[in-house]
Design a protein around this ligand. Structure first.
Ligand code: ADP
Length: 495
């Protein structure tokens, strides 16, 4: 039977999805299932690991059925996942000893604050490339081992297994035969030493995590095994694994150092590929593994995020109620020639990179009697582009690379006004691909490369198609003037 498809499993924070890709890298069928979010206390977030697995298995079967395909027609499975979320289970029974602690969960914030106030702050950043935070897995693992009676002893005796969501799914897809994580996911645990490419003994000691708990670290594109035959009716090679943001970076074919992608959603997620050298950030950005393709060296990335992006548009809709839908902002912003000196700094929850100011608050400057809702909508869209420039400027400075193009995806990337303004304010072209499913595409590409379904990254470049490129059209003077106005407004938001 010809093996004409790659099955991508995209395990997200609120839903599990499965997408089938053909040889042209086109998505031919999709299935999606949401699952329950559990909030045991304010600021705490959990998932049931069984829900994650069952929904993921369910959509994988559903998408094959939709296309009337047998597993024998699938060349490989690629996996991408919500990152940092932590599961610990019993190796013999496969049963989790606690709910999954989700990346958003703040239950270990105090522990991380204490670490940040100690000599560990520098040490952890130097070893892992991360800024000490409760997001990452290490403090979550420690918490479970502390809270579940007997867990630490059982972990020491090798009876338990830890995994991020990739590891949990690999374990279940292989009926417990493989306990592994890819390097990109490993780099989000705060236990992975970027310099040695392995778990770091000193960090394991710091968090009191027994080494037998940890999975084997594998490349992102690599045949790690086969799925259990009974799951899909035949076994399928597991060929690709990467965290969601890294998969999106690969799905956008940011395979050359200096290429960057931005996902415009509630917030923005920016990653710039920096090549096989580790770049240490001087702006508190995160240094992370981008991927490892087979035996090739690890490639790294700088990562930064904008807390409030599309959420500023939601606020115009739900808070101020001056628009009916997010999409309306595009036409509304175009009804005025410019924002008439209005700047909107949506620092609702403080400011992230490169300011790192938790005290900053949302600010609108330059209001006059002539300011209308059109100016406000325009200023809100512009704020997304300015914040993106802030992060990209920091990345370029850290990496010593001036980047040549920004590749975009996410819900707000459909806004042509925003994309044009982004190109203008960055003075680099902004490219939106035909295929918006960049995360699942990245997982499919990684898996397809591993089994020879696609030859190399050069071939993948031909599959990635531009829908539209927004070419910068603003004069240097105007750009400088406007960006200076933004910086001024940020200063006011911080005052
Ligand atoms: P997430 O994955 O973070 O939930 P999505 O990628 O689904 O986000 O994008 C939704 C966000 O994008 C919302 O915050 C919404 O306000 C914003 N958004 C959606 N469509 C548009 C649009 N046409 N113009 C501007 N913002 C938009």
């Amino acid at each position: 039977m010809p093996k004409s498809f790659i099955l991508a499993l995209d395990q997200g924070t609120t839903s599990s999805r499965a997408i089938l890709f053909d040889r042209n890298g086109q998505a031919v069928a999709t299935a999606q299932r949401p699952f329950q979010q559990i909030f045991p206390e304010p600021g705490w977030v959990e998932h049931r690991p069984e829900d994650i697995w069952n929904s993921q298995l369910g959509v994988a079967r559903e998408v094959l059925k939709k296309q009337n395909l047998s597993a024998a027609e699938v060349a490989a499975v690629g996996l991408t996942n919500q990152r940092e979320t932590t599961v610990i289970w019993n190796r013999r029974t496969g049963e989790p000893i606690h709910n999954a602690i989700v990346w958003q969960c703040r239950r270990t914030a105090d522990r991380c604050d204490a670490l940040r106030a100690s000599e560990w702050k520098e040490k952890i950043q130097e070893k892992t490339g991360l800024v000490v935070d409760a997001y990452f897995s290490a403090s979550k693992i420690e918490w479970i081992l502390d809270q579940v009676p007997g867990a630490r002893e059982a972990a020491e005796a090798g009876e338990l297994a830890f995994g991020t969501i990739d590891t949990w799914l690999i374990w279940n897809l292989t009926a417990g035969r493989i306990h592994a994580t890819d390097v990109s996911n490993a780099s989000r645990t705060m236990l992975f030493n970027l310099h040695t490419g392995d778990w770091d003994e000193e960090l394991l000691d710091c968090f009191r995590i027994p080494r037998p708990l940890l999975p084997e670290i594998i490349p992102s594109s690599h045949v790690l095994g086969e799925t259990e035959p009974s799951l899909f009716g035949a076994s399928v090679p597991l060929g690709g694994v990467a965290g969601d943001q890294q998969a999106a970076l690969f799905g956008q074919i940011c395979t050359q150092p200096g290429l960057a992608k931005n996902t415009y959603g509630t917030g923005c997620f920016l990653l710039m590929q920096t090549g096989p050298e580790i770049v240490r950030s001087r702006h508190s950005l995160v240094t992370t593994v981008a991927w490892k393709l087979g035996a090739e060296p690890i490639h790294y990335a700088l990562e930064g995020s904008v807390f409030i992006a599309g959420a500023a548009i939601q606020w115009l809709r739900d808070g101020l109620q001056i628009i009916g839908t997010a999409a309306e902002t595009e036409a509304l912003a175009r009804t005025v020639a410019n924002s008439a000196g209005t700047y909107f700094v949506p620092a609702f929850v403080g400011l992230g990179a490169p300011y790192w100011d938790q005290q900053a608050r949302g600010t609108i400057t330059g209001l006059t009697r002539g300011t209308t809702r059109a100016h406000l909508a325009r200023a809100a869209l512009e704020s997304i582009a300015y914040q993106t420039r802030d992060v990209l400027d920091a990345m370029s400075a850290d990496a010593g690379i001036s980047f040549s193009e920004l590749r975009v995806d996410g819900g707000a990337a459909v806004n042509d006004f925003l994309m044009q303004f982004q190109a203008d304010i960055l003075n680099v072209p902004v490219t939106r691909p035909v295929n918006p499913e960049t995360t699942a595409t990245g997982a499919a590409f990684l898996a397809g490369l591993a089994v020879g379904f696609w030859r190399d990254t050069t071939q993948l470049e031909t599959l990635w198609q531009r829908e539209q490129t927004f070419v910068p059209g603003m004069s240097d003077d105007e750009r400088s003037l406007r960006y200076a106005g933004w910086k001024q407004a940020v200063t006011q938001a911080r005052a």
